[in-house]
Unconditional design. Sequence first.
Length: 364
Amino acid sequence: MEVIKNKKLVSMLSNFPNIINKFLGDLPKDDYPVLDTFKFGSCWLSFVMDQSQSSMRDLFKRLNIRGIDMDISTFSKASKNRDPVVFHNLFLRLRSELNKKKNIDPKALVLFPIDSTIISLTSKLLWKEGYHQVKLFSGINLLTAEPGGILIHFGQGHDSKYGEETIAATPKNGVNIMDRGFCKLERIKDLIQDKERYFVLRIKNDMSLQMQENGKFLVGTGTKKAELGRSGFPTMTHTQAVECRIVNYCDLEERTEFRLATNLPEIGEFAISNEEIGEFYRSRWQIELLWKFLKMHLKLDRLITKNINGIEIQIYCCLIGYVVLQLVEIPKEFGSKALDKLRYLQAFMCENISYVHWFRKIVF
């Protein structure tokens, strides 16, 4: 009877045990005498994914009551000293698995909106080091739902100064979509020179435009030196401006006009219309939904460590939890969104006291 019950449970969970066994099960189980990497990772993922758990102390109470001897001080020391690269590599492996699962045509046009989100730091220990916030940069592949180009930056800094790694992560034949925070002339020049990728970038309001005979525009700041043209009006020089296609897009809902710079073709077999480019930019909202999910449901806005190392580990564990949810398959009648899957797993987790107990049951 117990065997039948377990088989039914596995079938309802679909591939979740296989994912945990394949990826979490590969983590070292005897590299540290008290808190090995498998236990350490299990604790972090339990905190991230368990909706009934508000702190690590709650988790360790459950563990101690049910015979798993761990304490918060050992966990805190591990978070301060363990190398985050273990979790970074686990995230990359899971992301690669998600990419394989989706089996996207390599010639397909991939939309890749990118952005950053700010996570406030409340620890005075970090304030003394000059850090009041951490910025997480990421893009998201809208065909596979995989985050990419992760950059964790501590301290102040405008998006225009950073984000090169994230932009470089745009898939070949992909379109990276950016808000005006990423806009600067040097970046537009670099993006135009990239012949393997496309971009749609909202330009700043203070950037002047000058239409050319070929229908394209010279884009510049309009604040530097200018030469007088034949008409007697100042014109930008070619060294101060970039020539590219400009699309004016009006969002009637927000009553806002957007000026979008792009290198997407306007004519030919693979031409993209102005209306399509406007829709591409609207899809940038998907990266905002990623931030919302990570903060509201995977506790990204609740940093529980007071050191840079531990914060990096927590951020990667949030991303790992997100990709695991994208990989998990549940019965269709329960939904298909990440939140549906998280709630579904929560119901089964409750039978196992904690995710740590559940992971151990799966792996061992």
